[in-house]
Design a protein around this ligand. Structure first.
Ligand code: ADP
Ligand code: ZN
Length: 730
């Protein structure tokens, strides 16, 4: 290899492939040579596989047997900082490198020439007959000044079917042409006028931008109450990154959020950014991947895996709603996108903004320890004030059996309906009822493959397992005792609550928001827009509504069961409840009318409920921190979860027990092992799951110790082991 990382033709190179091998493979550099980091296609047995030139070949074998790289792909080589990043994530999460490379290349056909698609522009001709629909199509094309639309985009913008567009093409009024899909993204202009910032917001922007101008890594926790303008503030940091000629990445937890967010980006910068999420088509993904690598996408808005895109010069990563649990990937590579965003930024000299109204205890503690800068926005923008929060003491309410809305809450909703304002009834349970019970034998219907109950979904007319997704028709007779007509729903889910609301408020317009009810992100987005426009008196929602949406007419939030998540065995239960309740309450009163949040609870004096109601956040965090410190758990100690799974429970437990006995590598670093015990969900898709928890002092090399601990294991048959560093639940 030459000093600038070039390999001449025939020189041996080590190639990391996406195939599950435990080492790189040596190949001869192809005709014309190749550079370190080049994406290549190499032969492996009879197949061609994707790989990256990772370094000089190892040699040590008969060189005449070495095969050649087939071709170098026409994409930007992987940068050194990306290689370092992938290796560090692999070390941190104990993931083999091929799996890391797969994560970094999740865009098929990377090296293929871009495919073509049809686009539509104004044509020269005239339609023979002008209809409303046709006029709308031509209007859209005129309004956008000759911009090319795809068929779906154009039809959607104009609100017509695609046949209307096709008709206009036939008559020459609309022109159809071929265009490559891999176009650069439109230019985002950071110097378009932004909003006039409040003094608080401007001060925060000033601090963030000053940090950015140093060109060094740094992380800021941007803590602001819901509606304080965190988004406005970090968009100005994005603007600064763009002015510096660097790229920016905004990570969002929910696809449902992106529609509103993309509109805001467009309003600020004059064009839409690149999007990266699981709903994107393969062609879209490939375009983002390639354009990011060429520097032709200034801003990417995406889900957690966008962190592994090949940015040319990443200058800023925003993790919005940084406390959100969906940032933790729980299958394949187990990583936290929030933590890995910090790691990636430290490697490439980028800034990180962690934004939240209710930060994770981890980030709060890092700010407290001075590792992160902390900026606070304490008031809502404009006339909006924070909602008043009150408990409804369920012990004192006269409840009719089979109903969940208390008289006090009912009255509050009624008042809002009379004033033409919206109410949100929040229940974090999908489906009709969490339990289906046989009143003859007492059996609860369970999934055949998981340690989980089947949940009745009336909307789908089926029972569904929320673990594996399996559904089956609602039976007439109990599957256990065979008695007919005795199956009864127990407890409320969102659908049952909606039924109650319909009976209680017959004149009200009721909208349900739950992920099950919408076939696509688009349908969900449409519903959210309808609600935001005021087209609902009562919104009944799950967790989905807790996040980021702005419903200006919403002035009341009623939490049906504030105690629901309080009593998990999980040490994070208090933190999660606190975050969720404060987030949900934050939906109320975001415009000019003040809001109120009412929490139905049987334990108004519980310390977590009291902290939620009083809003004493610092007090809550300090108490939580003290508890975690005493228990030696994150963020004051380190944890890892080892899950063993297999078709039979016995052999899985045997291995777990043997691991617990042979824990010398763990003891060597002062770590303890707990278990084996059935995992939080003891069976999923027919596989029995057993968990061991490792607890180590902060700063202990937990990955090394675990690697040494599991290395001698020879897993037989269908038994699998996964390691989860920093598990969500412990
Ligand atoms: P957060 O992200 O903290 O929840 P947002 O940035 O979404 O807050 O702001 C809440 C609402 O207030 C949004 O509709 C936003 O456009 C508006 N807003 C915030 N700051 C300003 C400002 N300085 N000028 C105009 N509108 C603002
Ligand atoms: Zn199941």
């Amino acid at each position: 290899m030459s000093a600038n990382g070039f390999f001449d033709q025939g020189e041996l190179v080590a190639v990391l492939t996406t195939q599950p091998l435990d080492r790189t493979l040596d190949y001869k550099a192809p005709e014309g040579g190749c550079v370190l980091g080049a994406f290549v296609e190499v032969p492996l047995g009879p197949r061609k596989v994707l790989g990256v030139v990772w370094g000089p070949g190892q040699g040590g074998f008969d060189l005449s047997k070495a095969r050649s790289v087939i071709r170098v792909l026409d994409v930007a080589p992987m940068r050194e900082e990306m290689r370092v990043f992938l290796e560090k994530v692999a070390d941190y999460t104990l993931t083999p490198m091929p799996a890391m490379l797969r994560l970094a290349t999740r865009a098929p056909g990377l090296g293929d020439p871009p495919s073509m698609r049809k686009v539509y522009r104004p044509g020269e001709g005239q339609p023979d007959r002008m209809t409303d629909a046709r006029a709308r199509v031509l209007g859209v094309l005129r309004d956008y000044g000759g911009l090319a639309f795809t068929l779906t985009e154009l039809a959607e913008q104009a609100g017509v079917t695609s046949s209307v567009v096709k008709g206009l093409v036939q008559q020459g009024a609309v022109r159809e042409e071929d265009s490559p899909r891999d176009l650069p993204y439109p230019h985002l202009d950071p110097d378009l006028p932004g909003k006039d910032l409040t003094a608080d917001q401007a001060a925060a922007v000033e601090r963030l931008q000053a940090g950015q101008r140093t060109g060094d890594y740094g992380t800021t926790l941007l803590k602001g109450v819901t509606g304080s303008g965190k988004t406005e503030v970090y968009l100005e940091a994005v603007a600064e990154a763009l002015r510096m000629g660097r790229q920016a990445l905004v990570l969002l937890p929910e696809i449902a959020l992106t529609a509103e967010f993309l509109t805001r980006v467009e309003a600020r910068f004059g064009a839409r950014p690149a999007e990266w999420h699981s709903g994107a088509t393969m062609t879209e993904r490939r375009r983002v991947w390639r354009m990011v690598g060429q520097g032709n996408a200034q801003l990417v808005v995406g889900a957690r895996s966008a962190l592994f895109l090949p940015f040319r010069d990443l200058g800023l990563v925003v993790v919005d709603e940084e406390h959100d649990t969906s940032y933790k990937q729980e299958d394949g590579v187990h990583y936290s996108a929030r933590d890995m965003a910090v790691l990636r930024s430290a490697i490439c000299g980028a800034r990180v903004i962690l934004a939240s109204a209710t930060p994770s205890l981890e980030s709060w503690a890092n700010a407290d320890a001075g590792k992160y800068e902390r900026l606070d926005l304490t008031s809502r923008f404009g006339a909006a004030v924070l909602p008043e929060m009150k408990p409804i003491d369920m012990r004192a309410e006269q409840m009719t059996p089979g109903t969940w809305v208390s008289p006090s809450l009912r009255q509050a909703v009624q008042q809002r309906i009379e004033k033409g304002e919206q109410s949100l009834l929040f229940i974090n349970r999908r489906g009709y009822a969490p339990v289906t019970l046989c009143r003859a034998c007492g059996e609860q219907i369970a999934c055949d493959h998981c340690d989980a109950r089947m949940v009745e979904h009336r909307f789908l007319k089926r029972l569904m397992c929320h673990q594996c997704g399996e559904t089956k028709p609602m039976p007439e007779a109990c599957p256990s005792c065979g008695v007919e007509g005795k199956l009864a729903p127990v407890g409320p889910g969102i659908e049952r609550l909606a039924e109650e609301a319909e009976a209680t408020f017959p004149e009200a317009n009721i909208a349900m928001l739950s992920s099950d009810l919408f076939g696509s992100a688009r349908a969900l987005k449409a519903k959210i827009e309808e609600i935001a426009a005021g087209d609902a008196d009562i919104i009944i929602g799950t967790q989905l509504v807790a996040k980021g949406h702005n419903f200006p007419k919403l002035t009341l939030v009623g939490v049906i069961d504030a105690d629901l998540s309080l009593h998990g065995a999980d040490l994070r239960a208090a933190e999660r409840t606190f975050q969720l309740m404060r987030q949900v309450a934050g939906r109320a009163g975001r415009a000019d009318k003040p809001g109120q949040a009412l929490l139905q609870t049987f334990q108004p004096e519980h310390p977590v409920i009291r902290a939620i109601l009083s809003g004493d956040e610092e007090g809550f965090w300090k108490a939580e921190a003290a508890g975690r410190q005493a228990a030696g758990v994150p963020p004051y100690g380190r944890m890892a979860g080892i899950v063993l799974s297999g078709p039979e429970v016995g052999p899985v437990f045997d291995i777990g027990n043997a691991m617990a006995r042979n824990d010398a590598p763990l003891r060597a670093i002062g770590a303890q092992v707990f278990g084996p015990a059935p995992a939080p969900i003891a069976r999923i898709r027919g596989r029995h799951r057993v968990r061991l928890l490792v607890k180590a002092p902060k700063g202990a090399p937990i990955q090394d110790a675990i690697a040494r601990w599991i290395a001698p294991l020879r897993l037989k048959g269908d038994i699998r082991l996964t390691v989860d560093i920093d598990p969500q639940s412990f």
